[in-house]
Write a protein that binds this ligand. Structure first.
Ligand code: SF4
Length: 343
């Protein structure tokens, strides 16, 4: 009896601090780093649940209850010269992933039409290569964006690797690209253990060129690579400096043949807590739950919206299969969450 009361008192104290931090963010004040670290350290599911309630309120206050849906199409697959240790498309690893050169415009338009038919707001063209330079390939890609914009009512987005000059970003902008995904992936400290064929600063430089060209920034990371909670907090903190429009959160889906194939998975509560912490640290951007959600969260997927997520990647991922779009749409309907309107 005594120990129950003691434990109730401890919970009440924890919850009081969580409530104070939630109210602070709702009042428009940023979290302090020490408070953020404390939130990332929560372990009791009851505490995490309380945190999620506040994160959901912050999402409701800052972004409302309309969910942004996006899809991607892998316009150039496999054979990438970079060595990201989680990635099935790296030429360094034998993952058996499909390889193909730049996809024909007709196939891209068909994928975009299908996505738009499901109420998807944005379609990202994604390519597995190191970087996009000026030249014929840039022109070919821009032609595909122009074709997509002419024929389908969907926001054209891109994820086409490193960009090293403002002129490339300007050309993409002129072809209609609205938002460009380029993730930080993880903390600056942990990044060299994930990839050493390019540097963290090259990623930040890419984001700088895109921003200067007036393209929206989609920048997040991938959880469950073996990083610590401190690394996850660092990633959120770096993202706060980047100030993106959208923050994709991927969760490792270990691919056989890659160096991370045996990394132990994060628990669903750890993932949900991380989403909630990101929402309190980053109240305004879209927080988009992307690859790895089905395999890692399983039946707890609906809780991402309680934890403050405001966007969902639907349809298949780059090298793995997602649950059917219809299932995601039914989930949103059951939760009585709306959809953001098409552009
Ligand atoms: S994550 Fe991107 S850059 Fe890294 S190996 Fe995969 S396709 Fe290449």
């Amino acid at each position: 009896m005594v120990s129950t009361m003691l434990s109730d008192q401890i919970d009440a104290k924890q919850w009081e601090r969580i409530r104070a931090l939630g109210e602070r963010v709702l009042a428009g004040q940023p979290l302090e780093r020490a408070d953020a670290e404390w939130l990332f350290g929560l372990e009791d599911p009851a505490d995490i649940q309380e945190l999620m309630v506040w994160a959901g309120r912050v999402r409701d206050r800052c972004l409302g209850r309309r969910i942004h849906l996006c899809s991607i199409v892998n316009v150039k697959s496999g054979g990438c010269p970079e060595n990201c240790k989680f990635c099935a498309q790296s030429a360094f690893y034998e993952s058996g992933t499909t390889r193909h050169d730049l996809m024909e415009p007709g196939l891209i338009v068909r994928a975009a039409e299908e996505a738009a038919g499901h109420g998807v707001h944005a379609m990202g063209l994604v390519a597995a290569w190191r970087e996009l330079r000026e030249g014929p390939l840039l022109e070919e890609i821009c032609g595909r964006f122009e074709e997509m914009a002419r024929r389908v009512q969907i926001r054209p987005d891109a994820s086409l690797g490193l960009i090293r000059s403002r002129r490339v970003a300007d050309r993409l902008k002129a072809s209609g690209v609205a938002c460009y995904n380029h993730n930080l992936e993880t903390s600056r400290r942990f990044f060299p253990q994930v990839c050493d064929t390019h540097a963290y600063d090259e990623r930040l430089e890419t984001i700088g060129h895109l921003r200067a060209a007036g393209i929206g920034i989609c920048c997040g990371g991938i959880l469950g690579l073996g990083e610590s909670r401190e690394d996850r907090c660092d990633l959120a903190w770096s993202l706060r400096d980047v100030d993106p429009d959208s923050v994709p959160i991927n969760i490792l889906n270990p691919i056989a043949g890659t160096p991370f194939e045996k990394v132990p998975p994060l628990s669903p509560w750890e993932i949900l807590k991380t989403i909630a912490c990101f929402r309190l640290i980053l109240p305004r951007p879209q927080i988009l739950v992307a690859g790895g959600r089905v395999v890692n969260l399983r039946d707890l997927q609906p809780l991402i919206f309680l934890a403050g997520a405001s966007a969902l990647m639907v349809g298949n991922y780059l090298t793995t299969v997602n649950q059917p779009v219809e299932q995601d749409l039914r989930l949103l309907k059951d939760l009585e969450l709306g959809l953001m309107e098409s552009p």
